[in-house]
Design a protein around this ligand. Sequence first.
Ligand SMILES: Nc1ccn([C@@H]2O[C@H](COP(=O)(O)O)[C@@H](O)[C@H]2O)c(=O)n1
Ligand SMILES: C[C@@]1(CO)OP(=O)(O)OP(=O)(O)OC[C@H]1O
Length: 159
Amino acid sequence: MDIRTGNGFDVHALGAGDHVILNGIKIPHNKSMIGHSDADVAMHAITDALFGAVAQGDIGRWFPPSDPQWKGASSDIFLRKAVETVRDLGFQISNVDCTIICEMPKITPHAPAMRENIAGILNIDLDRVSIKATTSEKLGFTGRNEGIATLATATVIKQ
Ligand SMILES: Nc1ccn([C@@H]2O[C@H](COP(=O)(O)O)[C@@H](O)[C@H]2O)c(=O)n1
Ligand SMILES: C[C@@]1(CO)OP(=O)(O)OP(=O)(O)OC[C@H]1O
């Protein structure tokens, strides 16, 4: 059995706006994420964890920020490509774990919807998708509500 793990980390700034999109879930907020795509920082970290698990580079290699095609794109496009790449290489996705770092918005009330969405895209059972959150105790850019960071880990298995 061939078991591999990948990690992902991403940051997006917060700017003017009235909602954020995290793991594909639209959450009303007093700011919005800034990015070339829809800036779904959580989904980007999971995407990078999957690409990393099979040593296929990172999200920017597959979807360059310089390519106008990805302007405003829904980040599930990127995640679906990572899932397809993992499977094309003969691996199954075992599980993913994701930690969103921000003071606001509060993530816990939205975690069930995020898990459902990610499990659906990855086509794995709900109990294989973990979504967590932490503040940074008001320290740093996340503590000042200037941006949101996300860490993710993915494990893949080839029988
Ligand atoms: N944006 C966030 C941040 C945290 N949570 C939940 O609060 C718990 C306590 O956070 P600390 O940073 O004080 O450890 C954390 O474990 C999460 O359950 C949240 O929902 N959204
Ligand atoms: C997702 C991509 C797509 O152009 O752009 P952004 O939305 O800016 O996100 P980031 O994580 O900064 O970079 C990766 C890019 O591939």
